[in-house]
Design a binder for this molecule. Sequence first.
Ligand SMILES: Nc1ncnc2c1ncn2[C@@H]1O[C@H](COP(=O)(O)OP(=O)(O)OP(=O)(O)O)[C@@H](O)[C@H]1O
Ligand SMILES: [Mg+2]
Length: 262
Amino acid sequence: MKPPIEQALEQTHSPQSAASQAQFLHTAKLTTLGEMATGLAHELNQPLNNIKVIAQSVIRNIKKQRALDLPKLHEELDIMIAQINRMSTTIEHLRQFSVQKVQDPPEPTDIHGVIDGALEFIAALLRFEQIDIQKEYAPDLPQVFINRSQMEQVFLNLFHNAKDALLENKVPVKRLVLRTRAVAEHIQVEVEDTGGGIPAPIREKIFQPFFSTKAVDKGTGMGLSASWGIVKSNGGSLTFKVQEGVGTTFLIQLPIKTYNKK
Ligand SMILES: Nc1ncnc2c1ncn2[C@@H]1O[C@H](COP(=O)(O)OP(=O)(O)OP(=O)(O)O)[C@@H](O)[C@H]1O
Ligand SMILES: [Mg+2]
């Protein structure tokens, strides 16, 4: 017998039809795109600033009619091109995310690539907020059978929640730990934060749609609900444990082999 909370969640997420499931996934994706935009602003800001600083220094030298140091100029142009390439990669990643169909069939996927892909949209923001990212990836993990873009959303939702907890609670250590391992037929991913932990009275509610403790303009309360549904539809599970007063660890378990949807 499943616990009542699990039963209630399955009822909330049981798709009335393929169309309503598609609608649900589409809404979840739009919510994530909004979150990505915030991260993207930070991600692009740094290289844009670097390019601006270099260009301004070249202009200053031209204005002062200084003889141009050609080898140095060459080096600076190389840096500018590297920064532009970095931005192109990020933008291409966003494009890939937005064109991938929410209902593309699952395929064998490298989970580290998915976690790092999601991280790309928020890493600059985390760095800006001085949040330390610690990766404890198991070597030689087998591929998991999932829809990449859907799972990227899940990780991004979890990262955003961790970031919010770390910033809201003014904790002494701001750390996000990402851990992977293979256990029997599954891959496990842990997303652990030192954000103080989810308070006991709300632990039962966090997966409910529209449950949020955040200001209206900061959270819709759809992140975890959507993530729960997505992980489930990829044949996995999403659970969490709290270390009182220290932080929360979300655990995602995903199937390594082909998953036959019942
Ligand atoms: N890592 C965490 N640490 C502490 N509390 C958390 C954490 N993750 C989730 N929560 C709590 O669970 C609530 C629900 O999370 P959920 O992601 O569903 O919605 P949200 O973050 O409030 O809004 P949205 O994700 O839609 O922008 C949050 O408002 C917060 O109170
Ligand atoms: Mg959230």
